[in-house]
Design a protein around this ligand. Structure first.
Ligand SMILES: [Cu+2]
Length: 87
């Protein structure tokens, strides 16, 4: 529980870093009555994106990534973060 730093590496099919993408994040829990947590990632070095986000409750989280590539193509990915522990 608490603040976390999420680091993402974005590469193309050949393993080359993808620079200049926009990555928006939405973190959710699966139960009702919980507001999503939003964040945006900044590119800290080519193809490496970093975001701060706060897990406000212990339990199972899912992070949705909304990625906009430099050419405008969009893709979504999902990262499971199970078992966030209480402080
Ligand atoms: Cu919750």
């Amino acid at each position: 529980m608490g603040p976390a730093t999420i680091i993402l590496k974005l590469t193309d099919a050949s393993g080359k870093p993808v620079t200049g993408a926009l990555i928006a994040m939405e973190a959710d829990m699966s139960h009702a009555g919980m507001s999503p947590v939003f964040s945006e990632a900044n590119e800290s070095e080519p193809g490496r994106y970093q975001a701060r986000l706060e897990f406000q409750m212990a339990g199972d989280w899912v992070i949705l990534l909304h990625v906009t590539l430099p050419g405008g193509k969009k893709l979504d990915r999902q990262i499971e973060v199970p078992g966030v522990r209480p402080i």
